[in-house]
Design a protein around this ligand. Structure first.
Ligand code: FES
Length: 150
């Protein structure tokens, strides 16, 4: 196993620990790359195609490398009512990415999430955990421009 995935050795290499192994990869790397699938498959003695099958079954696993700035548009009930779909569409229009994607520069990635816990500020998004509320197209554009210029 390459040194990069040495941390897997902290997990007993029995097939029933596959999910634990994938979770460890994701928390270390931020996503599960093709290289990681090979390494995990070798370590747990499971064919890579089977590892991919398991990955595709669980929404918690990301297959695309997250951007430097991770945008999470809240689609909880309060935000949904206040137009989260519109917010997500604005982000997509401005950055050219859909949920689950990262832009070509590796700067922004987009996902939709359940309630971020600040419903009174709906509609809400977070960027790398920092929350922005009461979004409209103007404020959203300004925020994204500021991040792009950092
Ligand atoms: S529903 Fe969006 S913050 Fe609660």
């Amino acid at each position: 196993m390459s040194d990069k995935f040495d941390f897997l050795k902290n997990i007993e290499n029995v097939p029933s620990n596959l999910i634990k192994g994938l979770q460890a990869v994701q928390s270390q790397e931020g996503y599960v790359s093709d290289e990681a699938i090979e390494a995990v498959g070798r370590y747990f003695n499971i064919a890579p195609v089977e590892v991919e099958g398991v990955l595709s079954f669980y929404a918690q696993f990301k297959r695309v490398k997250p951007g430097k700035y991770k945008i999470a548009v809240c689609d909880g009930t309060a935000c949904h009512i206040k137009g989260s779909a519109q917010v997500q569409q604005w982000v997509s229009d401005i950055l050219g990415i859909k949920p689950g994607e990262t832009d070509a520069d590796g700067l922004f990635s987009l996902e939709t999430v359940a309630c971020l816990g600040c419903c009174s500020l709906a509609p809400v998004m977070s960027i790398n955990g920092r929350v922005y509320g009461k979004l409209d197209r103007k404020s959203l554009t300004k925020i994204l421009k500021e991040y792009a210029a950092k």
